[in-house]
Design a protein. Sequence first.
Length: 278
Amino acid sequence: MKLVVNKKIIIFFMLFTICILSFLFYPKDHSDIKPNKTSLSQQPTIASVKENSNKVIQTYEKKNSKKPLLICIDPGHQSKANTALEPLGPGSSEMKIKVAGGTTGVVTKKPEYILSLEASLRLGEILKKRGYNVVFTRTTNNVNLSNKERAEIANKSNADLFIRIHADGSNDHSTKGFSVLTPSKENPYIPSLYKDSLLISQNIVEEVTNDQSTIVKGISYRDDLSGFNWSKVPVTLIELGFMTNPEEDRKLSDPQYLTSLLMKIADGIDRYNSDVGK
């Protein structure tokens, strides 16, 4: 009798164990699981994919189709000065000579007007290779263009920048250094050009400063230049160095040094182009 009871107990526990295991491992009904948000009804259609692709392409093209800047380069001075007078700016009663004679190399004896044209033409070549459009106020030395007329060339050509190329001079032959002139915030003739003119001036100075072979004096604010005051586009005047300093006079007539300096100026224009495009 005792043995029979034990068998029943054993059989009961075996059946109980089988029930528990069946419950644990029996496949569950997944019918209550919600469909993924990207169900077939919500999958992108061929039309929507094409539309999104077109939007991406249009955005890329818009970003990369920026029109190249048109840069007007003004080689300072000319073979003969013109001491006739013209207004300092629009509506001004103050008069100034149309164009001065410029300085001369203390060692090379090269006139500033020759150096400024050499540098301007080389800068134009560099900028064209970088994709810019370039116009010049002059390409020869035998011209008669006042500073007002030079600014008007930039205006009429619808230039984006007016870059004036000069060299400096001083009675003190020890004075040297690259510098840039720019209109001040208080300029009564072109206040709207202050910000962009300063931006191009700063970018050029910062890039040239990276060239340790060039001493940089920095930026000067000038409102007494008719070539500035008649401009309708951002304008800056670059003083490449002092031709009255023997060392700088020689360097400015060294093609390798001059080209390196002009490359840095072009780098500054690149930075300006990037900044105004943002």
